[in-house]
Design a protein around this ligand. Structure first.
Ligand code: ADP
Ligand code: MG
Length: 230
């Protein structure tokens, strides 16, 4: 990847039309450096999830430009965009959505397979390393229904890192967890992201997550407020 991990320029996203129109992103300008962990904080409905899905190429903006690692992704066709997402982006969604009938280890390995890679010794050792670092070594053979909320969230983090993405996008990682578990999950996420030197955007409405950001930006009604340097 060349240049900043992410550059959004005058990004606008409007849902619906006419009286139903909702401006979810209102001319957003944002640059995330290639080793930066940005915390994006804002109330419910302020556009946080929309910003993440646009940045990750899951949703096309109404207008504006989205450049990830030097590539203008708005100009990619659907197939190229899907490949780009798979290879360059790690998503951790609010609803953890692990594959219910696969074990924790298999939930990591399946990502490698979807990316066209083989589940070889390399992939297995990468998955086991990640599980170990996330304190899940003894949970590797459990399916999601046998895992706690915090454990599932950690598997989701491992899965997001499995394909060595350049940019990790994390939506409300602590929302389903009590504050102690939420803190532990954030510590592990921070540690893994920094260890690998990847860029991350962590979206939250939880003030306590802010301490993990190299930078904290606030979003209100789809517009970014002046950044607070930390
Ligand atoms: N698919 C959609 N269709 C119509 N409106 C939507 C859709 N998704 C989100 N919105 C609206 O866009 C605004 C921003 O939503 P969202 O990005 O989910 O905010 P946040 O993640 O900060 O809670 C809200 O007003 C929400 O109701
Ligand atoms: Mg949201």
């Amino acid at each position: 990847m060349k240049g900043p991990a992410l550059v959004l320029r005058e990004v606008r996203k409007v849902y619906g039309t006419g009286e139903r129109e909702v401006v979810a992103l209102d001319d957003v300008d944002l640059t995330v450096d290639d080793d930066e962990m940005l915390v994006l904080i804002g109330p419910s409905g302020s556009g946080k999830t929309t910003l993440l899905t646009v940045a990750g190429g899951l949703l096309r903006p109404t207008s504006g430009s989205v450049v990830v690692g030097g590539n203008e992704i708005s100009s990619l066709g659907d197939k190229a965009l899907a490949r780009f997402r798979r290879d360059e982006i790690g998503f951790v969604f609010q609803s953890v959505n692990l594959v219910p009938f696969l074990t924790a280890r298999e939930n990591l390995l399946v990502v490698r397979q979807l990316g066209g890679g083989r589940i070889d010794r390399d992939a297995k050792s990468r998955a086991d390393n990640l599980l170990g670092e996330l304190s899940l070594a003894d949970r590797a053979d459990n399916v999601p229904s046998q895992l706690s909320g915090g454990e599932k969230q950690r598997v989701a983090i491992g899965r997001a890192l499995m394909n060595e993405p350049a940019l990790v996008l994390v939506d409300e990682p602590t929302s389903a967890l009590d504050s102690k578990l939420g803190h532990q999950v954030m510590e592990l996420l921070h540690q893994e992201v920094k260890r690998r030197g990847v860029a991350a955007i962590v979206v939250t409405h939880d003030e306590r997550v802010a301490e993990f950001g190299d930078r904290v930006v606030e979003i209100i009604d789809g517009a970014l407020e002046v950044a607070q340097e930390r």
